[in-house]
Design a protein around this ligand. Sequence first.
Ligand SMILES: NC(=O)c1ccc[n+]([C@@H]2O[C@H](COP(=O)([O-])OP(=O)(O)OC[C@H]3O[C@@H](n4cnc5c(N)ncnc54)[C@H](OP(=O)(O)O)[C@@H]3O)[C@@H](O)[C@H]2O)c1
Length: 279
Amino acid sequence: MNAIPEITLNDGLTLPAIGFGTYKLNGAAGVNTIVSAIDVGYRLLDSAFNYENEGALGEAVRRSSVPREQLRITSKLPGRHHAYDEAITTIQESLLRAGLDYYDLYLIHWPNPSKDLYVDAWRALIDAKKWGLIRSIGVCNFLPEHLERLIQETGVTPSVNQVELHPYFSQEKQRAWDREHGIVTESWSPLGRASTLLEDSTIQQIADSHHKSIPQIILRWHIQLGALPIPKASSPARQLENLTLFDFSLTDEEMQTIGQLSQPNGRLQNQDPAKYEEF
Ligand SMILES: NC(=O)c1ccc[n+]([C@@H]2O[C@H](COP(=O)([O-])OP(=O)(O)OC[C@H]3O[C@@H](n4cnc5c(N)ncnc54)[C@H](OP(=O)(O)O)[C@@H]3O)[C@@H](O)[C@H]2O)c1
């Protein structure tokens, strides 16, 4: 496997160009799956307070043979704890659950605009970073209007915005906005959560011509867009397949062909952050 390139965030921390998703990886089986992902070569690991797997992730980190400082570990603040004091307590609880001294990346999970507390939550992340509990801070599912408020009211720009992004929902405008503001876009459900996307005949043709699989073509498309995908896969074989992306490249025409599959209503579950909220 070729080396994974690195991306430098706006505060200087580096992340590998691809990470590992852990939604639904819980308990002892989850620990084993995450240890395998680290063994296979993933160094950026996603998790969330609401996935109830910060403990499994922390245990996998301790069991793996890779030194802690070589890993980039992410968790996320749930919507019900946006108020400043609750957010600080939740970050501390996240660390305790994982058995870690610090997170590399901590993200606000959803903006929940009707509650109007995400700026409070952002101030808590800023302070937690100052205190050394977190190395880099960011958000998920933030639209330009939400990001603008964070920047205007605190003067601190997120390092990362993790959003739903796959060929059926390519987030062209959000990616451009993030890029112009020095924010790295991470792609959640980068494989469309194994929906019909993995049977797409257009992508299959491109895959055949490169002697690659559909997931590899899709993940390579993310990389060439400059978005950072975090695919989840249960078996070591799939984990390795999804990392084997750096020995080929897509042409501009192939990139455009895949981009043209995007639909305005292409979200998997209609989770538009302007309206959809999660607590
Ligand atoms: N911030 C947010 O709001 C948010 C929301 C959703 C997700 N996320 C994060 O993003 C991560 C990734 O998204 P996701 O888990 O929703 O979906 P995904 O990574 O797009 O897809 C995962 C699915 O694809 C299958 N798969 C993976 N590699 C494959 C391969 N090479 N061939 C065939 N099938 C393959 C997996 O099956 P097996 O597991 O059976 O191998 C699983 O069913 C999550 O795990 C989570 O960490 C964040």
